[in-house]
Write a protein that binds this ligand. Structure first.
Ligand code: NAD
Length: 299
């Protein structure tokens, strides 16, 4: 079982949400035999219609004959519960790829357990959002054994343009959480600056243009501020609950490692407060609405 997983290898894809659906569609286009499963019947139906992939009515049926199982669910706790429950349904040697943004210490533990049980396991979370999931140009940060990463190469390449090997098991998830900390802190900084500038009388759209031509430019000023925030469309497809989870993961990781990261702690608290205030299902760009309300009342 050490062959490279080229199309038409069989892939069981668990999690057909905002990211899983377009990522699965890329796998289908690349010629993989994809069977999808999601606890939401609506998500299963939309995925089958949009991608032409097969769907399974239960999770075991999605993974039983699979060469590869991909998980793209909200967090590592869900991944652990579902992977452990599927153990007896998987073929020996199946490559499990957790592409969710999971907690890295948990991934180390779960991955080691699965490898000891006769499976292969790598973590390969993604960045780039729904837009880049749709066109297969995600940035992928992959951790795990080199031979397994080699085997999984064609699968990852079908969904991503840049595939970084970050080191051993769990390192992809550590990198992803840290990336989202930098991204989430940058988004809050940009929102605060726009709010202060607007209060001073500077046009917000003009401010974004200035930032993007200056040293304050970041991913949020480039692809979120006008598109989702100033337009008030709030349509990035990445929920505020998932963003808050990632930033807390980054802060906790630094703490566990004994690395000082005071801004990460504060940033995680702010994002958690935003979730408590406006609800985790809101788009993460709606943190702008939370910041506008911040300090205005006790509610
Ligand atoms: P989502 O909430 O849109 O989708 C998650 C899907 O998982 C849902 O359809 C849900 O029904 C399903 N699910 C939950 N528990 C399940 C279970 N036990 N079995 C089967 N299906 C289950 O989330 P998303 O935006 O697609 O994000 C998925 C992961 O990717 C998260 O870890 C997130 O942090 C990460 N991520 C998201 C983005 C983005 O822009 N949306 C970008 C990069 C990474």
């Amino acid at each position: 079982m050490s062959h490279i997983l080229n199309p038409p290898a069989r892939i069981g894809l668990i999690g057909l949400g905002n990211m899983g659906r377009p990522m699965g569609a890329c796998l289908v286009r690349a010629g993989f035999a994809v069977t999808g499963f999601d606890v939401s019947e609506g998500a299963r139906t939309v995925f089958a219609k949009d991608s032409g992939a097969s769907i399974a009515a239960d999770m075991a049926a999605a993974v039983r004959d699979a060469d590869v199982v991909i998980t793209m669910v909200p967090d590592g706790k869900i991944v652990r519960a579902l992977v452990e429950s599927l153990q007896r349904d998987l073929q020996a040697g199946t490559v499990i790829i957790d592409m969710s943004s999971s907690e890295p210490m948990g991934t180390r533990d779960l991955g080691a357990k699965m490898i000891a049980a006769g499976f292969e396991f790598i973590d390969a979370p993604v960045s780039g959002g729904v837009r880049r999931a749709v066109d297969g140009s995600l940035s992928i940060m992959a951790g795990g054994d080199t031979a397994t990463l080699d085997r999984a190469g064609p699968v990852l390449s079908a969904m991503g343009r840049t595939i970084f090997r970050t080191g051993p098991l769990g390192s992809g998830h550590a990198m992803k959480a840290l990336n989202n900390y930098v991204s989430g802190a940058g988004l809050i900084a940009a929102c605060e600056a726009i709010n202060a500038g607007a209060a001073f009388g500077i046009d917000p759209g003009l401010m974004v243009d200035v930032l993007n031509a200056s040293t304050g430019r970041n991913n949020s000023t480039e692809v979120k501020m006008k598109q989702f925030i100033l337009s008030q469309s709030w349509g990035s497809g990445f929920s505020i609950g998932l963003m808050a989870k990632d930033i807390r993961t980054a802060g906790d990781l630094a703490e566990k490692l004994g690395v000082a990261a005071p801004l990460a702690e504060h940033c995680a608290d702010l994002w958690d407060e935003a979730v408590a205030r406006i609800g985790g299902a809101c788009d993460h760009t709606e943190v702008q609405r939370f910041l506008e309300m911040y300090g205005n009342d006790d509610g």
